[in-house]
Design a protein around this ligand. Structure first.
Ligand code: ATP
Length: 482
């Protein structure tokens, strides 16, 4: 690689990554080891796109016994850490927030379609040919040893021609049989780069779908690719576009029979993509892909949804949350539309996860969107002037504490409780009501729960000196501030 090109690569990455690169290349030069930039970063560099990561490979030449791990551990850079990255001997060298992945050239063989490949030491050519698409099978020699007898760009299958033509092309007709997850990578890359799958590759994909190759892959592997598909929304891409391609290629049905991309889900997924790219909520935690799956599967029939979650090896709490989402979405949107006041909005959203909030934002009407955003960015973090301990210190105990805290929070957000003293007065009123209710329940043990609840909603105490009686749900004392 010419000095100018290396400089361009260095300029394209954060300063911390450039420092790591310099240190690694210096060590490689000292030992006369061949190091290449390879894969996605070369593709992006040649396309003039921003570089996100640097992937390097070490190519032992002339009987050298060096590997990625040995080279990375030899780097003389204070505080640099070398972490073994995967079971194939890839290492990550990291310092501060910066990192570079380094691997040793290898060959992969697919003993069984769909299973992970058998990995063995190989040549640079093997390493390039094991890759998914020709545009990823490119290398740029970075060190003197790597350049010896080599062109400026190593390109065994005319990846540069495909880059210029905007085409994703697999290496051989069995490629999707060997690894059907490449279809998901193809959809993601096609959207990201604005490329199309070549005719031959489309036909290879059709054959793999028809041969049932997609059944042999573990759910975890598909799920990881789906996660990446939604993460790509951070680059400003529409996750619905990649899913649409997968539907068009009949890959969704191959993943799980009956799975589709319902047209109704598309606009919500597009809005979700925009929210992932520019989060409208501060300190948003949670996984974008969970919000994506929630929206996508909400409009799929319940049986397909259940089966798809099982196919993607989703179990336990995440699977339950995704299963429950359609009902929770409908209930929360209904209640949000009716909610009067900030306290009522808080009661609707209090137990929503960040993923649910993202998904709700993507499918809510504008007025409800505004409420969700105001709650998430302002009210969610507002703490009332008293805690449970304060209420215990004020003499409350048992269920009265929780009931009073909820009532105080509602009033605090609506502006009807403004001070600690007002909160304590309200807490005592609530405690009296709770006590009266349990006394009357003890007198009428057979009274139906529904009747008890209805009577509990009615004010029983004399009017508070500072507050009107407890409002029924979704009614507050002040008009809502938009
Ligand atoms: P990104 O910019 O999202 O990191 P990338 O193209 O660098 O995209 P990675 O998922 O980081 O993709 O993979 C690194 C390289 O490994 C790719 O360039 C590709 O050549 C190769 N690769 C990844 N997954 C596969 C696969 N399933 N089959 C063959 N090659 C793969």
């Amino acid at each position: 690689m010419t000095r100018t090109a290396l400089d361009a690569v260095r300029r394209g990455v954060p300063p911390g990554v450039a420092e790591l690169l310099d240190a690694l290349l210096a060590e490689a030069e000292r030992r006369d080891v061949a190091v290449h930039l390879v894969g996605g970063p070369v593709r992006d560099f040649l396309l003039g796109r921003a570089l996100r990561d640097l992937d390097l490979i070490v190519e032992p030449r002339d009987g050298q016994s060096v590997d990625a791990d040995g080279l990375a551990r030899g780097v003389a850079l204070a505080d640099a850490e070398v972490v073994s990255h995967d079971r194939f001997g890839t290492v990550r060298i990291a310092r501060g927030g910066a990192a570079i992945d380094v691997a040793t050239v290898r060959r992969e063989r697919y003993v069984q379609p769909g299973a992970l490949p058998t990995v063995e030491p190989g040549s640079l050519d093997d390493d390039l040919r094991r890759r998914d698409f020709t545009v990823n099978a490119l290398a740029i020699p970075l060190t003197t040893a790597a350049r010896r007898g080599r062109p400026a760009v190593i390109d065994p299958e005319d990846g540069r021609g495909d880059l210029a033509a905007g085409v994703l092309r697999v290496f051989h007709p069995q490629s999707f049989h060997d690894d059907p997850t490449r279809a998901l990578r193809a959809a993601r890359l096609a959207v990201r780069l604005g490329f199309r799958l070549s005719r031959g590759s489309r036909s290879a994909l059709r054959d793999a779908v028809a041969a049932g190759a997609f059944g042999g892959v573990s759910g975890e592997r598909y799920r990881r690719e789906i996660e990446k598909l939604f993460s790509d929304a951070r680059l400003g891409l529409d996750p619905a576009a990649a899913l649409r391609l997968l539907a068009e290629w009949h890959v969704l049905g191959a993943l799980e029979p009956g799975l589709s991309l319902p047209p109704k889900a598309r606009p919500a997924l597009r809005r979700l993509g925009r929210a992932i790219a520019a989060p409208p909520i501060e300190d948003l935690r949670g996984e974008p892909w969970m919000a994506g799956l929630a929206l996508w599967l909400a409009d799929v029939d319940a049986t397909s949804r259940r089966r798809t979650l099982r196919r993607l090896a989703l179990r336990g709490d995440p699977a339950q949350r995704l299963t429950d989402f359609p009902k929770r979405r409908d209930r929360m949107l209904r209640q949000l539309a009716r909610a009067r006041g900030r306290g009522a909005v808080d009661a609707v959203l209090a137990d929503a996860s960040d993923e649910e909030l993202l998904a709700l934002l993507a499918c809510a009407e504008p007025a409800s969107r505004r409420r969700i955003l105001r709650w998430a960015n302002e009210d969610r973090r507002r703490r009332p002037p008293v805690t449970g301990n304060d209420l215990v210190a004020a003499g409350l105990s048992g269920p009265a504490v929780g009931a009073a805290l909820s009532r105080i929070r509602l009033g605090w957000l609506d502006g009807t409780v403004r001070t600690r003293d007002e909160a304590i007065v309200l807490a005592r009123e609530v405690a009296m009501r709770v006590a009266r209710r349990s006394r009357s329940a003890a007198r009428k043990p057979k009274q139906k729960r529904a009747t008890r609840r209805a009577s509990a909603a009615l004010p029983e105490t004399p009017a508070s000196p500072i507050l009107p009686p407890t409002p029924p749900p979704n009614r507050t004392l002040l008009p809502e501030r938009q």
